[in-house]
Ligand binder design. Structure first.
Ligand SMILES: Nc1ncnc2c1ncn2[C@@H]1O[C@H](COP(=O)(O)OP(=O)(O)OP(=O)(O)O)[C@@H](O)[C@H]1O
Ligand SMILES: [Mg+2]
Length: 407
């Protein structure tokens, strides 16, 4: 079988992760090359120094190319940050002859995507939900159905044009075309959510260094998204402030000795670190460290709770929250989240990959891997909705769609 090659760049606040992968079937991905580099010039998910960000991205790309033996010419990239906005839009058409044809479907699809947006904003995604025929909801393909009225809603995600262009520019500087941009939370969701969760109602939360990226799925559709400008960097900064430690020490202390549950830590547990103004390391209480972390973690999930309430669909989350991102590595974070949000929380990381997967075995790489799944899925859905094609044909279309990067 002919193989498709894809390249993705997850531009995070703490790390850049380039993946070069081979799509082997509709659900099987083989990772051929991985390039993980510390991020530079990115704050809270957004570029603030193009030169530094472009250099970090370049190092990540070259590493992935070296490890895979392939050279890339275009890539799918992640996008996040407080510039992201979203609205839900609705459109309706009347059915002339009683039977829904491609013409009516196309008209309603065009109408729901035609949202007036300010000139300084760019549409990143226009995610259509299921159709409603004469009030009957949840219809995936209304072609050939009888009715008088066809409704559809779409979740339209936008970004600040300047911020989006700056990010693109960092990639273009490396002579790599931006194939498409995918919201971080949607990428993470694609990597770790099950179909049952997306059908029942679930919140995906990607808690990274600079952003907390959220998406609510219900009935297999996306209902709400947001990117909150808060993350693990705030926890690290709190540790620096309270214990007077340099940022790099605080990061290490958090990763090695941190916990979000002070009640689980013994009074007698200590760690050693060298604070500003001291020549030697001093002894600190792990319980005190966990107390500092717990305050910030709780605040983050309080903000998540507010966001769920703001969505207006807080009653449809039986599957609770799935937590990914590097901060999901913090011991006890799922218990704090569950306590604050009042529903089940599970931690997830990318699964079912083959190839060079050792470095990707962490919740931090859910969005990086999810960029690949998102691209595969969206093309297959578009194809099957438009042509009622079987999955084999859809996959063949996907293969044609992606330019072959390599011979
Ligand atoms: N073992 C650990 N314990 C606690 N925190 C951790 C651990 N491992 C990673 N983190 C934290 O996770 C964060 C990095 O997560 P991630 O790699 O998902 O972020 P990112 O993708 O670079 O940033 P963003 O998506 O927010 O722009 C950092 O704040 C880091 O300190
Ligand atoms: Mg991230």
């Amino acid at each position: 079988m002919e193989k498709i090659h894809l390249a993705t760049i997850d531009v995070g606040t703490s790390k850049i992760c380039t993946l070069i992968a081979q799509v082997e079937s509709e659900s099987a991905i083989k990772i051929l090359g991985v390039g993980i580099e510390p991020s530079q010039g990115i704050r809270k998910g957004m570029v603030y120094d193009i030169q530094s960000a472009a250099t970090a991205i370049s190092k990540s790309i070259r590493k992935a190319e070296r490890t895979s033996g392939f050279q890339i010419s275009d890539a799918i990239i992640s996008v996040a940050g407080s510039h992201i906005g979203a609205i839900n839009n609705k459109a309706t058409v009347s059915i002339m002859g009683g039977e829904i044809s491609n013409y009516e479907i196309q008209r309603v699809n065009d109408a729901v995507r035609a949202v007036p947006i300010p000139s300084n904003r760019t549409i990143l995604h226009a995610l259509q939900r299921s159709y409603v025929v004469d009030g009957v909801e949840g219809i995936r393909n209304p072609l050939g159905m009888f009715g008088r009225r066809l409704d559809v809603e779409a979740h339209i995600i936008t970004g600040a044009t300047a911020t989006v262009e700056n990010l693109k520019q960092c990639v273009l500087t490396n002579e790599i075309e931006v194939d498409s941009m995918v919201l971080n939370s949607l990428a993470a969701g694609e990597a770790v959510l099950s179909d049952i969760e997306k059908q029942s109602g679930v919140l995906i939360c990607d808690l990274g260094a600079g952003t907390t990226d959220l998406a609510i799925y219900f009935n297999n559709d996306v209902w709400h998204t947001n990117s909150l400008p808060i993350g693990g960097a705030h926890i690290t900064s709190d540790i620096s402030q309270i214990f007077h430690l340099p940022a790099s020490h605080s990061e290490e202390v958090k990763r090695i000795h941190g916990s979000a549950l002070p009640e689980m830590i013994d009074e007698e547990e200590f760690f050693y670190a060298r604070s500003f103004g001291r020549d030697e390391s001093a002894k600190y209480s792990r319980k005190e460290l966990a107390s500092v972390i717990a305050v910030r973690v709780e605040e983050i999930f309080q903000l998540v709770r507010q966001e769920i309430k703001r969505s207006g669909i807080d009653h449809i989350l039986p599957a609770g929250m799935v937590l990914t991102g590097g901060c999901a590595e913090l011991p006890g974070i799922d218990r704090v989240a569950s306590r604050v949000l009042g529903f089940p929380v599970r931690i997830a990381k990318p699964e079912n990959l083959t190839g060079m997967i050792d470095q990707l075995d962490s919740p931090a790489f859910s969005a990086s891997v999810g960029l690949l799944y998102w691209r595969m899925k969206t093309e297959i859905i578009v194809d099957s909705q438009m042509k009622k094609a079987d999955s084999g044909e859809a996959f063949a279309k996907l293969k044609r769609f992606f330019r072959m990067l390599f011979p």
